[in-house]
Ligand binder design. Structure first.
Ligand SMILES: [Zn+2]
Length: 297
């Protein structure tokens, strides 16, 4: 572990955008999380200090994986544009595949009901899609179980019925009671190993304490569908009745890093702002340039 700590501090000296205090303890699980990127491949170029974009995310993730190769990378949904744009969505899907996400929760922007071109792309790219509660998204998993340090890390993802309704024409046999039943069914332990539950809730409002209490203690809850101003200090992390809720913010401006201390059973959370201090990943940028010029031909 000392070697890992030394590596971390060395990397922080080279890459000042990494949070120095985020060195993980010896027995720990590292979860990297993003959300609400809305199809941003580069930053918006707006304001004094624009941030975000998958090209910078690729650099940050690659740097962190050099120290924590078993880190789990997941997204809480709305990774595509909110509107139909097959070329942009195709580019984003390929970029997400190249960044090697471990799990991609589905937000309403990714529902193939309003973007039929997504289903063949999902099949072609075999992305690690997770949607636990809504029964009809092809090529998605109900849950994902990853094994890390003798633990099962179970990832489940719930999409609020009101958001599904926005994108699906016609009646949806999916309502609040179905949602609660799906949560209750999904949180039962799946095996003999100690288990850590990571639950994405893609929804309009904060979860009520009554729903949070359905989840095991020490669960990490990642909320999605946050499309408004975000301050990591006040909006990024809260603890409710032994459950930990994190929020990745809007427009892919931040990469979140949640570290679970397996000995103390405690989460620590940090946010890395993906501004100009984080260089774009040159390989992904070159691929994008090539791909974009082909699309324009
Ligand atoms: Zn959403």
């Amino acid at each position: 572990m000392w070697i890992k700590s030394i590596k971390w501090y060395y990397l922080c000296a080279l890459l000042p955008w990494l949070p120095l205090q985020a060195a993980a303890p010896a027995d720990s699980l590292v979860i990297l999380f993003t959300g609400n990127n809305s199809g941003q491949i580069t930053d918006c170029g707006c304001g004094e200090d624009p941030a975000g974009g998958l090209l910078r995310l690729a650099t940050a993730v690659d740097s962190l994986r050099r120290i924590y190769p078993s880190a789990i990378l997941l997204d809480s949904g709305d990774w595509l544009t909110s509107y139909r744009n097959i070329n942009q969505d195709r580019l984003v899907l390929h970029a997400l595949q190249k960044i090697s996400f471990d799990a991609l929760a589905i937000g309403e922007y990714e529902l193939p009901h309003s973007k039929p071109y997504l289903s063949p792309l999902f099949e072609e790219l075999q992305l690690p899609l997770v949607l636990t509660d809504f029964p009809s998204v092809p090529h998605s998993h109900k849950q994902m179980i990853l094994h890390r340090s003798g633990w099962n890390v179970r990832i489940v993802s719930f999409l609020e019925p009101a958001l599904i309704q926005r994108r699906v024409n016609g009646p949806v046999a999916w309502h609040h009671e179905s949602f609660i039943r799906a949560i209750q069914a999904a949180v039962r332990p799946a095996g003999q190993n100690p288990e850590l539950l990571i639950a994405v809730f893609h929804q309009l409002n904060d979860l009520s304490p009554n729903i949070l209490k359905l989840l095991p203690e020490n669960s990490l809850i990642i909320r999605g569908h946050w499309h408004r101003q975000f301050d990591p200090e006040t909006d990024g992390f809260r603890q409710v009745a032994g459950r930990y809720v994190v929020n990745p913010g809007d427009n892919g401006e931040f990469l979140g890093m949640a570290i679970f201390d397996l000995e103390k059973k405690h989460w620590s959370v940090y946010f890395i702002r993906l501004n100009r201090a984080v260089p774009e990943d040159p390989a992904l940028a070159a691929w994008l340039k090539n791909r974009t010029s082909k699309l324009q031909e």
